[in-house]
Write a protein that binds this ligand. Structure first.
Ligand code: D41
Length: 685
């Protein structure tokens, strides 16, 4: 029995499928959405409804397949049409030069150009398309045989369910595409935070999270995970011609695949080595983890001449970054007392070199973390160092346990002042609540004199420790009465350095309100909160009498900061301390209000933003925030954020590698703003 409206409904379904595929591509491959999430969801809901009623319309390439399918009981395995090879590794420039010389000798030419790709730290997969439709997805497995993960792959939004026909309309009849499935670093953090709340085991790193998500028997679970793909090559391919690797990537791009924007082509050997240094530099700012760079001979005729070895091609090599994870032993766990009295357990490690830096200590955060990870004294542990941050203990290597390990117990007395500690309700932190604890005083003073505070150059940690231990410093105010003789009498100080410190203290006495507030070290009040407070209240006097409500009403400010600021200024001792500082010569400069402040006489301190009432379009990729964050903040400042550029657009915010929208905006004479200007304006707002 067929529905009399079947043909009409079929047309609607086909249209929805096509439109959803396109919007999905715009969003996840181009990172350039043109409709709202709400609109997308409504269209998807309607299509699911239709396909439920008419299952024959639910084709394997329908966008509804992205939500997952019935769970499996185990994974099937299947062979790759051609083996997925691995890569040889190199760890220094010389090994790359040797690689180049081997290649040059075999090719009998020095004229070799390379394509270099960031080496994504994810999971290698192969996607098979028959007549343009995704029919099979396999993990790399051992290179010959992989696990069938087709349903799971369909849930990855940047995996095309069918190929986009290029301009001439011909699509390869059979195509295997290879790529790396990843989870970006920010999504990984969010995922782990959720798992922590749900009491589920945490993933050690984004790579494990990607692998665990892709190897789910229930693809509906995979669909909930923020997986992404970048493709880097092909397996067996019929009906696809390319004479260079870069040309191949271009073709894959036109077929609808996501290609990493950091890939560079046409590089000489020296340019390859330069690019490696460059990637090392931007590594921390990339939204995903990479563990090196893959170098490929670009010319496919050259590749063919070079051929393959047993397991890897002769025309490619991976240049790996030094490992940022190492195993070592925890010799002891000590407790440090912070500026606000928080007791932080610190692992004292058997020193180990991680990526060229000796590491002897690693943060363990708090007791909850130690218990959750079950970290014990004498455990062999995996330690990770990333950028400039304090190294972290990732997990214990339980296989190495001997039975001699000891469970760490948090002391119930402060290791510095011996007063009892307290664990606040609903908080992981254990605190020493003795306000005159010397450990706290030391940390508070170090914070006070730091660059973002009073910026007293030369007053380093060791000097502060001595001055507190010898009971010369009891409060911030004492800093301003330090003289040359006192300072010169400290260890490792001479007349000259003492004089320099005295001068630095003298010069620091005139201080902008923002730095003064930061220096005070109130809970939950870092540099950005200090700035917000300044912009709202302008003077210390006004802030001293502010209410929780007034502070909480500031955009970007929360109740925790509001409560801590009000509590700070209600405390008579704190007020007396500020008075002492002023007596000792400190001049707190009133905050310089921004020029485009709202008309005078307006009671509210809220400023007019350049975005208010404006129609704004975001394009290209942003480095310091996600598009959705930028969108949210713009909306908070009164902007209307839309997807496409038209004569009605007031401002186009163009991130990196902005494309057609930028061209269009320029031709329409629309104001264009780059990311730097955007952040500046957002911070003003
Ligand atoms: O980003 C990667 N992880 C990556 C891996 C890449 N960009 N290119 C790769 N190219 C190859 C060859 C040259 C063998 C086609 C690879 C891999 N292989 C690879 N991934 C896992 C094993 C090998």
């Amino acid at each position: 029995m067929t529905d009399p409206n079947f043909n009409e409904i079929k047309q609607e379904a086909l249209l929805l499928q096509e439109q959803l595929a396109e919007h999905n591509y715009n969003y996840h491959v181009l990172d350039d959405p043109v409709i709202s999430d709400g609109e997308y969801d409504r269209m998807m809901k309607r299509l699911i409804e239709i396909e439920k009623q008419f299952p024959e319309l639910s084709t394997p390439d329908s966008p509804t397949k992205r939500v997952g399918a019935t769970p499996l009981t185990s994974f099937d395995t299947a062979d790759h049409s051609t083996p997925m090879q691995s890569l040889d590794n190199a760890f220094n420039d010389q090994e790359i030069i040797d690689f180049h010389n081997r290649v040059a000798k075999l090719l009998e030419t020095d004229e070799i150009r390379y394509t270099v790709e960031p080496k994504l730290d994810g999971l290698a997969v192969e996607l098979r398309y028959e007549q343009g439709i995704l029919t099979l997805a396999l993990t790399r497995g051992d290179g010959t045989t992989g696990e069938v993960i087709t349903d799971n792959s369909r849930t990855i939004n940047s995996v095309p369910l069918k190929l986009t026909p290029p301009a001439d309309g011909t699509i390869p009849g059979f195509l295997e595409v290879r790529g790396e499935v990843i989870i970006n670093s920010r999504d990984f953090e969010t995922l782990n935070k959720k798992r922590l709340e749900m009491d589920e085991p945490l993933f050690a790193n984004p790579r494990n999270a990607a692998a665990g998500s892709l190897r789910q028997l229930d693809s509906r679970v995979t669909a909930q995970r923020p997986l992404e793909i970048f493709v880097y090559g092909t397996g067996l391919a019929r009906g696809l011609e390319a004479d260079s690797h870069s040309g191949l990537l271009d073709t894959l791009k036109t077929l609808g695949f996501r290609i990493n924007p950091e890939i560079r082509t046409g590089l000489t050997l020296t340019e390859v080595l330069d690019r490696f240094k460059e990637l090392e530099g931007i590594r921390e700012n990339l939204p995903y983890e990479i563990d090196g760079m893959v170098i490929k001979v670009d010319d496919i005729a050259h590749q063919t001449t070079l051929g393959v070895k047993a397991k890897s091609p002769r025309w490619a090599i991976a240049y790996k970054f030094p490992a940022m994870e190492e195993t070592t032993v925890i010799n002891d766990i000590k407790v440090q007392v912070g500026r606000t009295g928080t007791l932080t357990p610190v692992a004292i490690l058997e020193p180990v070199s991680i990526g060229g830096v000796m590491v002897a200590r690693a943060s363990l955060h708090n007791m909850d973390e130690i218990e959750r990870k079950d970290i014990r004294i004498k455990d062999t542990v995996l330690v990770k160092r990333a950028g400039d941050v304090i190294p972290k203990v990732v997990k214990p290597v339980t296989a190495k346990r001997t039975g001699d390990e000891k469970v760490f117990i948090m002391p119930d007395r402060c290791p510095v002042c011996d007063s009892p500690v307290r664990r606040l309700e609903n908080e992981a932190a254990v605190k020493c609540i003795n306000a005159s604890c010397q450990a706290q005083l030391k940390q508070r003073i170090k914070h006070f004199v730091s660059k973002a505070g009073f910026d007293m150059d030369g007053l380093g940690a060791k000097l502060v420790d001595q001055l507190v231990d010898r009971e010369i410093l009891h409060s911030f105010a004492d800093l301003f009465t330090l003289d040359k003789t006192t300072l010169a009498a400290m260890d490792r100080m001479g007349d000259k350095s003492a004089a320099n410190v005295v001068r630095a203290i003298e010069n620091s006495k005139r201080v902008p309100l923002k730095r003064f507030l930061f220096a005070l070290g109130m809970d939950h009040t870092g540099e950005s909160a200090a700035l917000l407070l300044c912009e709202r209240f302008l003077t210390l006097k006004a802030l001293e009498t502010a209410t929780i409500g007034e502070i909480n009403d500031i955009d970007g400010m929360g109740p925790k900061t509001a409560a801590s600021v009000v509590m700070f200024f209600e405390n008579q001792e704190n007020l007396a301390m500020i008075e002492d500082m002023v007596k000792n010569g400190v001049v707190i400069e009133e905050h310089q209000a921004l020029v485009n402040n709202q008309a005078e006489g307006e009671g509210e301190g809220k400023q007019e933003s350049v975005f208010s009432g404006k129609t704004v379009v975001l394009t290209g990729s942003l480095v310091t925030m996600t598009r959705s964050e930028a969108k949210k903040r713009l909306q908070e400042l009164g902007a209307k954020v839309t997807g496409s550029v038209s004569a009605k657009t007031d401002i186009l915010v163009a991130g990196e590698s902005a494309g057609s929208k930028l061209t269009k905006a320029q031709s329409l004479g629309v104001a264009v703003m780059d990311e730097e200007e955007l952040t500046e304006q957002l911070n003003k707002g």
